[in-house]
Design a protein around this ligand. Structure first.
Ligand SMILES: Cc1ncc(COP(=O)(O)O)c(C=O)c1O
Length: 295
């Protein structure tokens, strides 16, 4: 197969020469199959996911959950709900920094980190301790060992360095941190496009990667987290898909689920003519549940 011909962007000339693109570590070009899948979605299936009961919403939701399952199997996560879609590694790290740490905590990172796996920790107010690298660009494991102390709440390390290409001994890092009771976040931005990643074998607690560096679209990425840790984390962003106990507005999501489960196909059909949650509630005759659900 001619791989180059799969990438339409490579068919162009730049400065009068055929394009040679060498910046894939920053972002990869997109193959025809990805471009076509995106166009196909917007041409046929575009709808808000998990919030509608009409055909397009069901197709869009099914595709979202298919993608979650694909991501789960790609990194061998144990469960689909351990896959959290975010905008990329930067947002994944910000999410953990804002939801998992408190100001008295310390975090240990390595001198190999991309700013995305450094600045969010610094800005979160925790103390950031940095394990150095030797003259070959390899992590100084002895330093890492010394820096993990009683206040360390997390170790965060690149799986593969974007600057040097160093492949960190991540299984060893996880083993060390776990022996001190400390969870580990791995930044997989440069590893996921090149290495087989198995989060269960690595036993890491969080793993983040970005779609745009691995032939996928911009603006989407994955935060993997062990279910028990995700469940215990504080909310960072809230809104339409928040659980009902967070307030009144999130009911829109709750009631859509209830309609799916409790209403007849006829009432579901009439519900879908009204895109507002309360309209669907009324059409289903479920408005009484609104009060009890908001309590
Ligand atoms: C190692 C590493 N971590 C994090 C990032 C940030 O990724 P994103 O911009 O997709 O959030 C990059 C991007 O170059 C990277 O190379």
């Amino acid at each position: 197969m001619n791989v180059r011909s799969e990438f339409p962007a490579l068919a162009q000339s730049v400065h009068g020469k055929p394009l040679v693109y060498l910046d894939s570590a920053a972002t990869s070009q997109k193959p025809r199959a990805v471009i076509d899948a995106i166009s196909h979605f917007y041409e046929r299936d575009n709808a808000n996911v998990h919030r509608g009961v009409h055909a397009l919403a069901e197709r869009a939701t099914a595709q979202l959950e298919d993608a979650r399952s694909t991501a789960q199997h790609f990194i061998n996560a144990a469960r689909p709900d351990e896959i959290v879609f975010v905008r990329g590694v930067t947002e994944a790290v910000n999410l953990v920094a804002n939801s998992f740490l408190s100001e008295r905590d310390e975090i240990v990172v390595t001198a190999l980190e991309h700013h995305s796996n450094l600045v969010p920790w610094q800005r979160s107010g925790v103390k950031v301790r940095v394990a150095g690298v030797d003259e070959r660009g390899d992590l100084r494991f002895d330093e890492l060992e010394k820096l993990i102390g009683p206040r360390t709440r997390l170790v965060a390390a690149a799986h593969v360095s974007n600057a040097l290409g160093t492949i960190n001994p991540v299984a060893r890092i996880v083993e060390l941190a776990h022996s001190r009771g400390v969870p580990v976040l791995l930044d997989g931005a440069q590893a996921a496009p090149h290495l087989a990643v198995d989060v269960q074998r690595l036993d890491c607690d969080f793993y983040a990667f970005s779609s745009h560096k691995m032939y996928g679209p911009m603006g989407i990425g994955v935060l993997y987290g062990k279910a028990a840790l995700l469940d215990a984390m504080q909310p960072w962003q809230s809104g339409a898909t928040s659980p009902p106990q967070w307030g009144w507005a999130p009911l829109s999501t709750g009631c859509a689920r209830r309609i799916e489960r409790r209403c007849s196909p006829t009432s579901r059909r009439s519900c879908s003519t009204d895109s507002s949650c309360f309209g669907r509630f009324r059409a289903c005759g479920c408005s009484a549940r609104l009060a009890s659900a908001s309590a």
